[in-house]
Ligand binder design. Sequence first.
Ligand SMILES: Nc1ncnc2c1ncn2[C@@H]1O[C@H](COP(=O)(O)OP(=O)(O)OP(=O)(O)O)[C@@H](O)[C@H]1O
Length: 348
Amino acid sequence: MPSSVMPTSSLGAGQEPPVAVSTIGLRKSYGDKLVLDGIDLRIPTGTVFALLGPNGAGKTTVVKILSTLITADAASGDIRVGGHDLAADPQAVRAAIGVTGQFSAVDGLITGEENMLLMADLHHLSKREGRRTAAELLERFDLVEAASRPASTYSGGMKRRLDIAMTLVGNPRIIFLDEPTTGLDPRSRHNMWQIIRELVSGGVTVFLTTQYLDEADELADRIAVLNDGKIAAEGTADELKRLIPGGHIRLRFDDPSAYQSAAVALREVTLTQALSAARPGGAFNDDALSLQIPSDGSQRELRSILDWLDAAGIEADELTVHTPDLDDVFFALTGDTTVPHQSKETVR
Ligand SMILES: Nc1ncnc2c1ncn2[C@@H]1O[C@H](COP(=O)(O)OP(=O)(O)OP(=O)(O)O)[C@@H](O)[C@H]1O
């Protein structure tokens, strides 16, 4: 059962971090259209969780439910945010969370600073405390120079930063970021990633939805792929990449004769099917003096391949593990056949 939310750094060895968000059988229909068909989530405090899915999969709907903007169907199971029962105590949930993204709280008609002070008022901070908090956050988000300009004159990146700064006025321990970097240029995206990392290192839990798989790969401790109203897969980026075929170990040789004997040894294994652990069926590239052995990239499989190489007297000059990237995982899990499969290789 989830308990109160606190930073992971205060935990003793061997203790499980408390759960920031948990859902059991989360369901949502709009009319007779079922959008979420029983979603189970368990997000430990102080981690980044990324929800991926094709357009219209229901990511924003999940965020809206968890942030109390809309209600889940009555048939849903237990839903807790910050240790509070979402259905029974939405007010306590609201006090524990911050939300930014597609529904920005920024008012373009007033200045950045006025937006911040308004937020401080909403959180019942004293005038003095409000000014101090606003100044501190404007500084932290590099908005001091722009603070006295109407927010309508801000760039997209500045508005996103102001939006997050406003969210932080209430010191939320759980933040929902719905597509936080959509439309931002690469530098602004990287700045936003840095902001998110800093929040998490301070013990904040971040629930992120994104269209950018590299963003999930970069930031998230765990990733869930939403498809057809259900979680198609959930795990770390590496766990998800291991779910689909295409991973391999590549051995490269400087010496053509070493390459030849390794290729012969691998062909023999392939022919006799003797090497079950190392998965026979390698590929050869005579020009590059390299050969590939299919592998899921797991430690166990890597060890058995290394044992086989040792036993066969093969010493490669370079060994690299290649795993499918998150794009491959996404296309495989969401059944999107409109984008051709590309053999992108990530050297891990
Ligand atoms: N208020 C609403 N009334 C009826 N249908 C809705 C409503 N809001 C969302 N939907 C439908 O629910 C489905 C999920 O929408 P949602 O916005 O949650 O998806 P999403 O995964 O966030 O999509 P995107 O990546 O395009 O933002 C879509 O088919 C959408 O048309």
